[in-house]
Write a protein that binds this ligand. Structure first.
Ligand code: ADP
Ligand code: ADP
Length: 225
């Protein structure tokens, strides 16, 4: 079984078809980039994987098990948003701790795990800062820490770097790739950007008008006419 499989996924909003006929197998520990023009259905696909939206048809499987009906917390596929969606009124520590609280992890373990992840992401010393006291790159790292602290097997990322300037974006691309390799977890990464997709992904999926047009290694896709 593939780590995650999409089988004939369809999503409609009223009469409008957002995506249809989506079939994709994602292998464990791979970095998969979902590309395509605005409106082609990338975010819709990611939100269905996350459990933020129901599918209108088809099945989402993990290791062959049906997961369509699991809640966001049961699915264990947290998402990093373009807007980051951090809590601006909470400290870095409280932001990162959030998912562990939701999972009912005890106080002592929460503390150790939060500090451990802040250190892994180069944020040691920032635990008690407010979000408004951080740079764009640091906020990005807090958003990553908040997801990774729960030790998911899949991380979903929706245009996480698009608000950063070009230099910082390239630096974060390197960091994301390194993290994904070291942790061995599956990344599903939505982007408009060819350079982001081709620099990081093992598999590039190209969508157009709600369908998957091509999927393959960056070399395959690049060399295909
Ligand atoms: P992006 O192109 O960056 O993925 P969009 O601007 O398409 O983002 O969508 C942003 C939000 O607006 C999403 O949450 C999406 O569900 C919602 N949205 C997009 N298109 C429509 C629409 N036609 N009607 C209602 N909501 C929409
Ligand atoms: P992308 O992420 O590739 O920009 P989306 O997944 O946001 O594309 O949107 C795919 C299609 O679904 C678009 O035509 C968009 O307008 C439509 N759509 C997305 N979200 C909604 C929504 N909440 N209500 C109505 N239409 C939506």
């Amino acid at each position: 079984h593939a780590h995650i499989s999409l089988r004939n996924i369809r999503k409609t909003y009223g009469d409008a078809v957002a995506v249809e006929n989506l079939n994709l197998d994602i292998e464990e520990g791979k970095f998969v980039a979902i590309m395509g023009p605005s409106g082609c259905g990338k975010s819709t696909m990611l939100r269905m994987l996350a459990g933020l939206e129901d599918v209108s048809g088809g099945d989402i499987l993990r290791e062959g098990q049906w997961i369509n009906e699991l809640s966001i917390w049961e699915r264990d596929m947290p998402m990093v948003w373009q807007s980051l969606a951090l809590f601006p009124f909470l400290t870095v520590r409280k932001n990162v701790e959030f998912g562990l609280r939701m999972k009912g992890v005890g106080k002592a373990e929460r503390k150790t795990r939060v500090l451990d992840w802040l250190q892994k992401l180069g944020l040691e010393g920032y635990a008690d800062r407010g979000i408004d006291q951080l740079s764009g790159g640091q906020r990005q790292r807090v958003a990553l820490a908040r997801c990774l602290v729960t030790e998911p097997s899949v991380l979903l990322l929706d245009e996480p770097l698009s608000a950063l300037d070009a230099h910082l974006s390239v630096q974060m691309q390197g960091e994301l790739k390194r993290l994904q390799r070291e942790l061995g977890i599956t990344f599903v990464y939505v982007t408009h950007s060819h350079s982001e997709a081709f620099s990081m992904a093992d598999t590039v999926v190209i969508m157009n008008q709600g369908r998957i047009e091509q999927a393959g290694s960056p070399e395959d896709i690049y060399l295909r006419p």
